[in-house]
Design a protein. Structure first.
Ligand code: ATP
Ligand code: MG
Length: 565
């Protein structure tokens, strides 16, 4: 491909709305253009990269035994109503009507669609297992589309759904995907950190997210400094340290006018935040519950929701707080509350002589001791783990990293097959409900994550497998004869099956080199005065500072060597 005939509108300046590296570089290298907020077009070179990622994903999915399908983007509202998600997906789902008033959603994900497809094509246990996938557009009306294609309103996802007759089968399907995902990202040249993720009520190691470590990541990961424990912050277990015991003080009521927040309390009582039994009222599936955590910690609502087995969980309104505690916001506590369900974090039991709200306006209790002053009826890990906490698996310490989620594998269980009445007949002729797994990869986000990870201050440095071209040929010619000689090399490369981008423009060498560095093709070949004088071209790897001089006859072999290594 000749640059003069191609479409690579590189930009010298960073677009003003591009705040992260991948967005800046993908715009500047002429890979994408913004249509409007959260919507991007792919130009020819950007599309080439996207297709390479798609091909890797396809090859590995096929290799793992998954079967490719293509589903409509318009998904029937009836299916969403069957699963119940028509009512719970909220404003993230784009909903439209046809001319007859029939309702549809532009697919944000396709569990319902695939579950429906499967119920129309399988009838016997012999038809399973099945793992069906597609590589297709998803639509999500994100609250904050940002970071270019990392969070957009319309993006390409590989989504796969497995159907098995039993949990053992699901384990196998899931493990095949766990393996395939590792291969996919490795082949894309992307280093990922697989972390345990929240799996709703499925428990165990039933969900893994594939994260790319990055300062711009929106996910917080907790990693152990001495074993391989890795989890996202929704899932990471908190292992509490037993607090030192002290002689028990007597329980006393303290007048605390207008002292409501933990900061106010720390100043007023002149003690550490962990001396407070932070008591928060939630409403789960319509019922109130109090949760008690140490004052320095936050409630992990994912853990709480799983513990409660709740479908809905939200903070209680002040009205409900007043109703269940008898006091306005800021004065709730577990002492003396008989009729309310109370769940204490695992660390509460060992805290002594603490402070908590007295369920009375402008009053707190001090000298509070669990067991003596209130009973711990329910105890669970319901706080957010953080840097410095003990690893739940060994004696190491956990530290935090930020990450971009590029893929997610998940044991779904029976949620959709039950809601949508999917059954097959087992060996005995009895109807059984298949169990599902689901597996997603964001193709565009993966591309952006590669750029985040594989770039320097000059531009992108594409990994071999996803580079838009194999070689960037830079010609520096002074006359037609020299141009002819460069074109000979260009033709030779094409004839050898090498995908070459030839910069044939009449611009300065410095300009061409800057564009080559920006675009980031891993190999650059410069044909200039050394070639016309001594028959030598310059071969330079984008990731290295030094270049090699090689003879024309060795060019093809050197390129092939690089790509087969
Ligand atoms: P996030 O927490 O980032 O919103 P998600 O949990 O909603 O992601 P899934 O529904 O699991 O994501 O989708 C599977 C994959 O699709 C994600 O791992 C991610 O790579 C990609 N993805 C999700 N939302 C977007 C988006 N708005 N733009 C681009 N890619 C996305
Ligand atoms: Mg999302």
């Amino acid at each position: 491909m000749k640059v003069s005939r191609y479409l690579i509108p590189t930009l010298k300046e960073n677009p003003s709305d591009a705040v992260v590296t991948s967005h800046r570089l993908m715009m500047r290298a002429g890979l994408i253009r913004k249509e409007s907020a959260g919507m991007y077009s792919y130009l020819p070179m950007g599309l080439k990269v996207l297709r390479k990622i798609i091909n890797i994903v396809k090859e590995e999915m096929d290799r793992a035994g998954a079967l490719e399908c293509l589903m409509p983007e318009l998904t029937n509202a009836d299916l969403w109503k069957e699963s119940g998600r028509w009512y719970t997906m909220g404003p993230e789902m784009f909903r439209i009507e046809d001319r007859n008033g029939l309702e549809y959603a532009l697919g944000p994900t396709h569990e319902e669609a695939f579950t429906h497809l499967v119920r129309t094509v399988v009838s016997s246990y012999r038809d399973l297992p099945l793992n069906l996938y597609q590589i297709n557009t998803k639509f999500r009306d994100e609250i904050r589309p940002r970071f270019g294609v990392i969070r957009s309103k319309e993006f390409i996802m590989k989504d796969a759904y497995s159907f098995d007759v039993d949990e053992k089968g699901l384990d196998e399907s899931y493990n095949a995907m766990a393996k395939a995902y590792r291969r996919i990202f490795e082949r894309c040249g992307l280093e990922t950190i697989p972390v345990q993720a929240d799996s709703g009520n499925m428990g165990g190691s039933a969900s893994e997210e594939f994260m790319v470590a990055s300062e711009i990541g929106e996910e917080v990961l907790l990693l152990c400094d001495s074993c391989d424990y890795r989890a996202n912050s929704e899932k990471a277990e908190y292992r509490s340290i037993t607090a030192e015991s002290e002689p028990q003080e007597s329980l006393r009521e303290v007048h605390t006018p207008d002292i409501k927040t933990i900061d106010d309390l720390v100043n007023f009582f002149n003690c550490q935040p962990d001396k407070f039994f932070k008591s928060i009222i939630y409403v789960y599936d319509g019922k109130p519950v109090m949760v008690v955590v140490p004052g320095s910690r936050d409630v992990n609502e994912h853990k709480l929701k799983n513990y409660l087995g709740a479908l809905e969980l939200e903070l209680a309104s002040e009205e409900i707080v007043i109703k269940v505690t008898g006091a306005p916001l800021g004065f709730a506590g577990p002492v003396g509350l008989k009729d309310l369900r109370i769940i204490c974090d695992v660390s509460i039991r060992s805290l002594c002589n603490g402070v908590t709200g007295a369920n009375k306006k402008d009053y707190h209790f001090a000298g509070v001791n669990p067991g003596r002053d209130f009973e711990i009826k329910e105890e669970a890990d319901i706080t957010i783990a953080r840097s410095g906490d003990l690893c739940p698996k060994c004696n190491g310490k956990m530290y935090e990293k930020k990450g971009i989620e590029v893929g997610h594998i998940f044991k779904l269980g029976y949620k959709y097959t039950k809601a949508m009445n999917v059954t097959v007949l087992d060996e005995k002729g009895e109807a059984i409900t298949p169990i599902m797994g689901c597996y997603g990869i964001g193709i565009n986000r993966t591309m952006a994550a590669i750029v985040e990870q594989c770039s320097d201050d000059k531009g992108i440095i594409w990994p071999k497998e996803v580079t838009p071209f194999h070689v960037h040929l830079v010609g520096i010619a002074k006359n037609d004869e020299e141009i002819r000689q460069i074109e000979e090399i260009y033709d030779m490369l094409i004839d050898s099956g090498i995908d070459v981008l030839y910069d044939d423009r009449k611009v300065s060498p410095g300009f061409k080199f800057a564009d080559a560095d920006l675009i980031g093709i891993p190999l650059r070949i410069t044909v200039g005065k050394n070639y016309f004088a001594k028959g030598e071209v310059e071969l330079k790897e984008r990731s290295k500072a030094e270049a090699l001089s090689i003879a024309k006859n060795n060019i093809v072999a050197e390129i092939k060597k690089y790509y087969s290594a």
